[in-house]
Design a protein around this ligand. Structure first.
Ligand SMILES: Cc1cc2nc3c(=O)[nH]c(=O)nc-3n(C[C@H](O)[C@H](O)[C@H](O)COP(=O)(O)OP(=O)(O)OC[C@H]3O[C@@H](n4cnc5c(N)ncnc54)[C@H](O)[C@@H]3O)c2cc1C
Length: 244
C-alpha cells in the first residue's frame, strides 16, 4: 500500500512511513483470555479435570508415566507435556536432548487508547507492533534471549513506549508491564508427537510466536495420536527425533 492508502485505513498513525503491506485475511482477538475461558469450560463440561500444581518430577512405574508435585503423585496411561517454554525441565528427565529455549517478549497497555487504531499495526523494521485490545492499546514485541529466570528488562519496556510514541500522538502513561516466554526451537518448528524413548508420553510445545494461533490444531493432532487414529499428515518434521 502507498502512503495515502495507509492513511485512509489508519488515519491516526503519524506519517513516518513510505509504504506497507495489508493482510486482508488476518484476524485478531481483542480478548484472548475470554476465548481461552470458553475452551476451558468446554473441557470441564466434557468431564475434564483441572488441578493447578507445580509438577516437579516425571518417571515411570511399569512403563506408566508418573508425575509428582510437592505433595501428590499421579500415575497415567498416557501423558502430554505441553508446558510451553518450561517443557524442557520435564523432557530432560526422558533422556532427550531437546534444545528448547525462550524468546522473551514484552507488552504494555495504554488504557482507553485502543480507538487510535482499528487493527494490529506492525512496524517490522523495529520488530514491534500495536493491537487494539479490551485492556487498551497493546504495544508488543522484541525478542530477547534471556532465559526463564531473569527479571523483566526495563530498557525493553522503555523502547516499546518510545516506539509507540513515534507512531502515535497523545499517548498517556502506560500500564501493565508484561514479560512472556515464547517457547522456541532452533528450526522454528514445534515438537508434536510421541517421545523418542517413551511411547506413552507425547509432546506439544515449541510454538514460538504463534502458540496461541496454532495451539488448537496441535491439540487436535495430539488427541488423534493418543486415540490411535490414523492420519495422512506427515508429522515427521515435528518429531523430537530430529534433535537426537
Ligand atoms: C510478547 C508475546 C506476544 C505474542 N503474540 C502472539 C500472537 O499474537 N499470536 C500467537 O499465536 N502467539 C503469540 N505469542 C506466543 C504464544 O504466547 C506462545 O506460543 C504460547 O503461549 C505457547 O503456549 P503454551 O500453552 O505452549 O505455553 P504457555 O502459554 O507458556 O503455557 C504453559 C503452561 O504450562 C504451565 N507449566 C509449566 N511448567 C509446569 C510444571 N512443571 N507444572 C505444572 N504446570 C507447568 C505454565 O504455568 C503454563 O500455564 C506471543 C508471545 C509473546 C511473549
Amino acid at each position: 500500500m502507498n502512503k495515502k492508502e495507509i492513511h485512509d485505513l489508519e488515519p491516526n498513525l503519524k506519517p513516518f512511513y513510505h509504504g506497507g503491506v495489508f493482510y486482508d485475511y488476518a484476524r485478531h482477538a481483542r480478548n484472548p483470555k475470554k476465548i481461552l475461558i470458553k475452551l476451558f469450560q468446554n473441557f470441564i463440561n466434557k468431564g475434564g479435570k483441572f488441578l493447578k500444581l507445580n509438577i516437579q518430577d516425571l518417571n515411570f512405574d511399569e512403563e506408566k508415566p508418573v508425575l509428582r508435585s510437592e505433595t501428590q503423585r499421579f500415575v497415567f496411561d498416557k501423558l502430554v507435556i505441553a508446558c510451553g517454554a518450561f517443557s524442557k525441565k520435564l523432557t530432560d528427565k526422558l533422556h532427550e536432548n531437546i534444545p528448547l529455549d525462550t524468546e522473551r517478549g514484552y507488552h504494555v497497555h495504554f488504557k482507553d487508547f485502543d480507538h487510535l487504531i482499528s487493527r494490529p499495526v506492525v512496524y517490522s523494521n523495529r520488530g514491534f507492533g500495536m493491537s487494539p485490545m479490551d485492556q487498551g492499546l497493546r504495544v508488543v514485541g522484541t525478542v530477547e534471549f534471556g532465559g526463564l529466570e531473569n527479571a523483566l528488562s526495563k530498557s525493553r519496556i522503555k523502547n516499546l513506549i518510545l516506539n509507540a510514541k513515534d507512531m502515535l500522538d497523545g499517548l498517556p502513561e502506560h500500564k501493565d508491564e508484561w514479560l512472556g516466554f515464547r517457547p522456541t526451537l532452533p528450526d522454528f518448528l514445534p515438537i508434536i508427537g510421541p517421545s523418542k524413548n517413551y511411547k506413552n508420553v507425547f509432546y506439544s510445545f515449541g510454538h514460538h510466536h504463534l502458540g496461541w494461533t496454532l495451539g488448537a490444531i496441535s491439540g487436535k493432532i495430539v488427541s488423534g495420536m493418543i486415540a490411535n487414529e490414523n492420519t495422512n499428515m506427515d508429522l515427521k518434521p515435528y518429531s523430537s527425533i530430529r534433535f537426537a
